[in-house]
Design a protein around this ligand. Structure first.
Ligand code: ADP
Length: 372
C-alpha cells in the first residue's frame, strides 16, 4: 500500500487526484491545501510519495521539497507545474524531487511516473537492506575475530610451552599427535589474525608502523615463509632481489605479510612441478621510484572476467562446495580474504596491487609501492 499526499491550493485539482486514486486499491490518498499544512502532515505521517504543486501562496512547492527532504530524506517527492515554468521543476529536482508532472494533468502519464517512482523506492529499500546486511556481516567478523583471538593465542602459546616441557620418551610417543595439534593451532591463529586484519581494514583501523628497513630483510622474510609453505610441495622457486643493500620506509611486517599472502596463493594454485618466482625490483612510474614485488606462478591462472573480483572479501574463483582447508596443498582453499588484506596493506603504503593472468598458464601479481 502506497501512502500518497497531494498538496495543491486549487481544490479542483486535489479533488481530481482524490477521485482518480479512490478507484485504485494500492493507494491511500491524503490532501493538503497549502505548503505549511502539507509539511505538518509530512512531519506527523509516514507518507511514501508526496506530490506538490510548485506555485502556491505562502510556502511554495520548492520550499516544501527542501524542508521535507530535510525532515524525511527517504521521502519521494514529485512536483506539479505548468508548461511555462519547467525550469522551476528542474530546480525542485536539484533539491531532491524525483520527477515533475505537467499541468493540465494527464493521469496516464502520471501513472507511468508513479510506477517509476515506486520502482526506485524498491531499489532504495533493497540497497538499504543490503547495506544493513553488510554492516551485520562486518560486525560479526569484528566480534568473532576479537572474541576468538585471546583463547586462540592462549591455546596455541600454552600448547607450545606444555609440549616443550614433556619428558623425551613421552614426546616421542605422542610426537605425531603433538605435531597435528601445533599445526592446527598455527592454522587457527592465522585464520583469526586474517579475520582481525580484514575487520581492521574495513573499519580503517589497520595499524601500520613505518620504519626504514633493508630489502635484504624483506628477502629474508620472504625466503623463510616460502620454505615454510612450500615444504610439502614439489615446486621450483626463485627469489631475485635486485635491490640488495637498498632501503625502504614502510611496515616490514605488513609488507612481508602481503608478499607471503601472494606467495601462498601461488603455491596453492600451482601444480607440483610448476614454478613460483619472486622478483624484488625498482621501477619509475610517472617520475616516482617504486618498489616492485612480483610473484609469478605457472599455475591454473584466473579467467579474465574474474580478475576484478578476486580482491573482494570471501570471493573465490574455484567452486566453494569443493572447498578443503589447506595453506599449501594444490587447490587448498582459504577464507578468500588474503587478497583484500594485501590490497589494504598496499593502500596504506600509497601503492597498488595488480594481476595479470592467463588460465592454465599462470599469474603474475605485482605490488608497487612508492619509495617516498
Ligand atoms: P584464498 O586464497 O584464501 O581463497 P585470496 O583472497 O587470497 O583468498 O584469493 C581469492 C581467490 O583468488 C582464490 O580463492 C583464487 O580463486 C584466486 N587466486 C588468488 N591467487 C591466485 C593465483 N596465484 N592463481 C590462481 N588463482 C588465484
Amino acid at each position: 500500500m502506497i501512502n500518497l499526499l497531494i498538496i495543491d491550493d486549487d481544490n479542483i485539482i486535489t479533488e481530481l487526484w482524490h477521485d482518480y486514486f479512490s478507484t485504485m486499491e494500492d493507494y491511500t490518498i491524503s490532501t493538503a491545501n497549502c505548503g505549511a499544512d502539507g509539511l505538518s502532515l509530512i512531519k506527523s505521517n509516514d507518507f511514501d510519495i508526496v506530490i506538490t504543486d510548485i506555485n502556491m501562496p505562502g510556502l511554495n512547492g520548492l520550499e516544501v521539497v527542501k524542508h521535507a527532504k530535510k525532515i524525511k530524506p527517504e521521502l519521494e517527492l514529485i512536483v506539479m507545474t505548468a508548461f511555462g515554468t519547467v525550469e522551476l521543476a528542474v530546480t525542485a529536482m536539484k533539491y531532491g524531487a524525483f520527477d515533475f508532472i505537467l499541468k493540465p494533468l494527464d493521469f496516464e502519464a502520471i501513472k507511468i511516473i508513479l510506477k517509476k517512482c515506486r520502482d526506485q523506492m524498491l531499489v532504495k529499500q533493497e540497497n538499504r537492506e543490503l547495506k544493513e546486511l553488510n554492516e551485520l556481516k562486518e560486525k560479526f567478523i569484528a566480534i568473532t575475530s576479537h572474541e576468538l583471538r585471546t583463547p586462540t593465542q592462549a591455546i596455541s602459546g600454552l600448547s607450545e610451552v606444555l609440549f616443550g616441557e614433556l619428558p623425551e620418551e613421552v614426546t616421542e610417543k605422542f610426537q605425531i599427535e603433538i605435531d597435528v595439534i601445533l599445526t592446527a593451532c598455527k592454522t587457527l591463529r592465522e585464520i583469526v589474525e586474517d579475520m582481525h586484519d580484514l575487520s581492521s581494514a574495513t573499519r580503517g583501523t589497520l595499524t601500520i608502523n613505518k620504519f626504514p628497513f633493508t630489502l635484504d630483510e624483506l628477502e629474508k622474510n620472504i625466503t623463510l615463509n616460502f620454505r615454510l609453505y612450500s615444504a610439502k610441495r614439489d615446486l621450483n622457486y626463485s627469489i631475485n632481489n635486485k635491490l640488495k643493500g637498498e632501503s625502504f620506509i614502510g611496515d616490514i611486517k605488513k609488507i612481508s605479510q602481503a608478499s607471503t599472502e601472494l606467495i601462498q596463493n601461488a603455491i596453492k594454485f600451482t601444480k607440483d612441478g610448476g614454478n613460483v618466482n619472486v622478483l624484488i625490483d625498482k621501477i619509475s612510474e610517472n617520475g616516482t621510484d617504486c618498489l616492485i614485488i612480483d610473484v609469478e606462478d605457472t599455475g591454473i591462472g584466473i579467467p579474465e572476467e574474474k580478475t576484478g573480483k578476486i580482491f573482494t572479501a570471501f570471493y573465490e574463483v574455484q567452486d566453494t562446495t569443493l572447498h578443503h582447508t589447506s595453506e599449501t596443498e594444490f587447490m587448498g582453499g582459504g577464507l578468500g580474504i588474503g587478497l583484500v588484506i594485501v590490497k589494504e596493506i598496499v593502500k596504506a603504503h600509497a601503492g597498488k596491487v595488480s594481476v595479470e593472468s592467463t588460465p592454465n598458464k599462470g599469474s603474475i601479481f605485482k605490488i608497487c609501492l612508492p619509495f617516498n
